[in-house]
Design a protein around this ligand. Structure first.
Ligand code: FMN
Length: 372
């Protein structure tokens, strides 16, 4: 396979800022954020796409894991792709990163997965208690990529035409926010050089390890962390990014459209949402799964996004059950206020009866019909 040309993720942050907007990213999602899905969301304005979490140790040892966990396209435009690893060893992470570096824009460490099996292995959210280990994994990876010839000099390398690569971290927050600050301080490092830091950017999922995803994100925590660290490192906000017209916060890089009705006066007023002037971008998971066109401004999934996904899935195949799950998500009510769905509940039950791709294509053609 030949090496591919990539734009450095920090350059994408820089360009978005110059365009006066937030960076739009799609989250790592085990099983779902595979190539066909990444290509679909990229077509609808997503700037950077995450792969699902890949276990670094297995990736290093098994070619079956490498073949099934990481697929890229060499023929169509390759969405800027961040490979997310589950890792707890500097050596394993740096080896796995070295393997994917020719084919991805950057690598990321999952410090947020709350599942018990992951935490028992000191992976995911368990790493939020191991800040020195996370820093050591970041440093070992940067050093390995640099010795392989990649440009990992942060902002200084963002204009590098093809060799620039990023190393980043995705975190949750602690109940005691001082622990999250200690974590971020340790992982960022104190180089003393303006702009100097160990990671290129940081994603904050503003929930604790035990907050269910049905509970709204901890906006206070997000506001404090973005205010404190947003000048030192570009930050992506993750959690409850459901539609562009109703973000859970306001930003100078995003035209606020959210209003609320004052229950006493009955007047429509500007939203009282927190203002995050130092926020660099957004990351969406559940909402973009249901509506891949989210960043193109759609507040519900359009039929054309389902079609785009089907075409991508035919070219970059997925197991049929996964295709069916994606389509089901896209045809169900989304996460935002607009609960209009492409298929009724009864039609979605019929959808589940499709047993293969041909069946599914025929079903969708029939349901979409000329009337839609
Ligand atoms: C199906 C699914 C799979 C996920 N897999 C991962 C993963 O591999 N790595 C990770 O860091 N987070 C993973 N997450 C968490 C999301 O990336 C995100 O942090 C979380 O869902 C909050 O964002 P949301 O409110 O936009 O859904 C997953 C979430 C879902 C729904």
């Amino acid at each position: 396979m030949t090496e591919l040309d990539f734009i450095h993720p920090l350059k994408i942050f820089d360009l978005a800022k110059k365009e006066g907007r937030l960076v739009y990213t799609s989250a790592p999602m085990v099983r779902y954020s595979k190539l066909a899905f990444r290509q679909t969301v990229y077509e609808y304005g997503t700037d950077i796409c995450w792969t699902p979490m890949i276990l670094a140790k297995e990736f290093n040892r098994s070619h079956v894991a490498r073949d099934s966990d990481f697929t890229i396209s060499t023929t169509t435009p390759q969405p800027p792709t961040i490979v997310q690893f589950g890792a707890n060893s500097p050596l394993e992470l740096s080896r796995a990163s070295s393997l994917v570096a020719p084919y991805a824009s950057g690598v990321d460490i999952n410090c947020g997965c709350p599942q018990s099996w992951a935490c028992a292995e000191t992976l995911g959210a368990a790493l939020m208690e191991k800040r020195e280990l996370v820093r050591d994994m970041v440093l070992a990876t940067r050093s390995r990529l640099a010795s392989d010839g990649w440009a990992v000099g942060l902002d200084a390398d963002m204009h590098h035409p093809s060799k620039g690569r990023s190393v980043s971290v995705k975190i949750r927050v602690h109940k005691d926010l001082r622990k999250t600050m200690d974590f971020i301080e340790t992982v960022l490092g104190d180089s003393g050089v303006p702009g100097g830091r160990n990671i290129d950017f940081l994603t904050i999922h503003a929930r604790t390890r035990s907050t269910p995803s049905s509970t709204p994100i901890l906006l206070d925590a997000l506001e404090i962390l973005v205010d404190k660290y947003g000048d030192r490192v570009p930050i992506l906000a993750n959690g409850d990014i459901f539609t562009l017209n109703a973000l859970p916060f306001n930003s100078p890089l995003h035209t606020p459209t959210a209003t609320f009705t004052n229950s006493r006066s009955g007047m429509v007023e500007e939203s009282p949402l927190p203002f995050l002037p130092k926020l660099a971008g957004l990351m969406s998971a559940r909402a973009i799964l249901a509506n891949p066109a989210l960043y193109a401004g759609y507040d519900a999934c359009p039929w054309e996004a389902v079609e785009t996904f089907m075409v991508k899935a035919a070219r970059a195949p997925l197991p049929y059950k996964l295709v069916l799950h994606h389509v089901h998500e896209m045809c169900s009510p989304g996460m935002g206020a607009n609960k209009k769905a492409l298929l009724t509940k009864q039609e979605r039950a019929e959808l589940q009866k499709c047993i293969n791709m041909i069946d599914l294509i025929d079903f969708l053609e029939e349901k979409k019909g000329p009337k839609r």
